[in-house]
Design a protein around this ligand. Structure first.
Ligand code: ADQ
Length: 495
């Protein structure tokens, strides 16, 4: 693996919506929280080694008082690793840019779930204003940087930031990772004429745009070909020629900190949970299934519950012998579509349990909260089957976490073919969540799979995952960025 910490004397300036450390007023004073997920952990060493700057929305109630008058502070708290630059937003900005255009317009559109797509001019106006606000903060950090910087933008909240940085004449290589699917042109065109094009021109402000899969990269190129008339596409090398520049498009499937999950699955706490879960639900040949999600309409939770209901209906021998543990964490509850989904999920679980329960058994055990990482790891390790039924999903890290925690190699991964992970992982039982009969059969197949086949498949997936951790992902992205600089530097003067 290339050494990503020695970054040829460059400073990494990262822009993301979520901040790596958030300060909140708690009962005992001010608490600091880190968002779940491996990105912060993976980036920490690089940020520290390059004395980087992380620019993000200061969303915590005590964020302002912990930072200086420009929103800057050194993190991790109590250490002197790198700078966090918090950008503070008004309620109207959060409503329009984050809740509005990001989560009501772009999120459903990119996941091709057009029934949830909403567009309002004021969302779009606020998205442009807030992207400009963040771009100015990044530009300011670039100017302050004592070393040559590389700017790395994260995700769909900032589709316009790269172009804005270019207009501000920021002397840095700019690249962007898009964490969610990228839709084909027929879907992107549901945005008002001109808005679709503006988003693409915004992204073409980058020197490199990164996606999880080839499918998303080709969709992006297809959109550019159709909606940006003067751009020239080179589909063989995955590049766009535009505005006198070359924009590279790269494929970098994200992953997890595999060793950390393996260790979490073996702590005394998670081992105790494994023993409890196996004893309660998986002794005497019984089986335990597992689902882990943010409650989001992209994850196919109602479709999964329908398939489970059909399974118990059509195959009575599965009653009392197969229990499903659903770990579902509430998400984006401010939005009506998410509240409606929560209600539907809760009602369906009650209905299924009422229908099939016996004196000693409930088919679905619902844990309706955010659970700690080692409890999650214990549940992954204990399960005989993990069901992922996304209607669309950029990658889906739950799939990889399950594989990492399956240290006994007993479980089967049942995976939607609409999750990016399905294009990478070799060894899952693939299902289509829109095909009820096929979905039910997929679950049955997983439950009837021989121990030998389960082991061979899980072993293969675990080997594969060990070769593709989040550190490999990070190294691959940053190496590509450096290669582009090396190619261009003599003649283009980049950075
Ligand atoms: P998400 O849509 O959030 O991410 P995903 O990749 O599945 O989707 O990650 C969810 C994370 O939340 C996992 O780390 C999981 O462990 C955690 N989680 C879920 N439910 C939980 C619970 N009840 N308690 C505790 N933790 C829970 C977006 C894209 C994805 C893409 C990632 C990374 O939508 O497609 O894989 O970014 O690029």
């Amino acid at each position: 693996m290339p050494d990503i910490r020695s970054f040829s004397n460059r400073t990494l300036i990262l822009l993301s919506n979520r901040e790596p450390y958030e300060h909140r007023h708690g009962e005992m004073g001010i608490d600091v929280r880190r968002p779940p997920g491996g990105l912060v952990t993976a980036l920490d060493p690089t940020m520290q080694a390059t004395d980087g700057v992380w620019v993000a929305w200061g969303s915590g109630s005590a964020d302002a008082e912990m930072a200086d008058h420009e929103g800057r502070l050194r993190v991790p708290p109590g250490e002197d690793g790198f700078t966090l630059r918090r950008v503070f937003l008004t309620d109207a900005e959060v409503d329009g840019y984050y809740m509005g255009f990001s989560n009501r317009s772009l999120w459903p559109l990119c996941h091709m779930l057009v029934q949830h797509f909403e567009y309002r001019t004021d969302y779009w106006n606020m998205y442009q204003e807030v992207n400009a606000k963040f771009a100015h903060a990044v530009a300011d950090e670039v100017r302050r940087s004592p070393q040559k910087p590389i700017v790395w933008i994260q995700d769909y909240h900032f589709a316009l930031a790269a172009e804005m940085l270019r207009e501000l004449a920021v002397p840095a290589l700019i690249h962007q990772f898009w964490h969610i699917p990228f839709p084909p042109a027929d879907i992107l065109r549901l945005l008002p004429t001109g808005v679709d094009e503006a988003l693409l021109r915004g992204l073409l402000g980058n020197d490199l745009v990164e996606f999880h899969t080839e499918r998303y990269a080709l969709n992006f190129l297809g959109c550019v070909a159709e909606l940006v008339p003067e751009a020239e596409i080179d589909a063989d090398t995955l590049a766009v020629h535009y505005d006198g520049r070359r924009i590279d498009v790269g494929i970098f499937p994200i992953s997890i900190d595999v060793e950390r999950y393996e260790q979490l699955a073996s702590t005394p706490e998670s081992t105790a949970l494994v023993e409890r879960l196996r004893k309660r639900y998986a002794s005497n040949g019984q089986r335990l299934g597992l689902g882990v999600d943010r409650v989001d309409y992209t994850k196919g939770i109602p479709e999964r519950l329908r398939a489970l209901c059909e399974l118990w209906e059509r195959h009575p021998e599965m009653r009392e012998t197969f229990t499903f543990l659903l770990v579902a964490t509430p998400s984006r509850s401010e939005l009506p579509a998410y509240r409606a989904l929560e209600e539907e999920m809760l009602a369906t679980v009650i209905e299924i349990n009422e229908r099939f329960k016996t004196e000693t058994w409930h088919p679905i055990v619902l844990v309706h909260e955010n659970v700690s990482a080692d409890m999650l790891a214990g549940a992954y390790r204990a399960a005989d089957l993990c069901l992922i039924s996304s209607l669309q999903d950029g990658m889906n890290l739950v799939a990889k976490e399950f594989i990492a925690c399956q240290t006994e190699e007993r479980g089967v991964l049942v995976l939607s073919r609409f999750a990016g992970a399905s294009e990478e992982i070799d060894g899952a039982v693939l299902i289509n969540p829109f095909n009820l009969d096929g979905f039910v059969e997929g679950i049955r197949r997983a439950l009837h799979m021989s121990e030998g086949e389960r082991r061979v498949r899980m072993h293969r997936m675990r080997r594969q995952l060990h070769d593709r951790t989040i550190f490999d992902w990070l190294a691959a992205v940053l190496t590509r960025a450096q290669d582009i600089i090396a190619e261009r530097e003599p003649e283009s003067g980049v950075a």
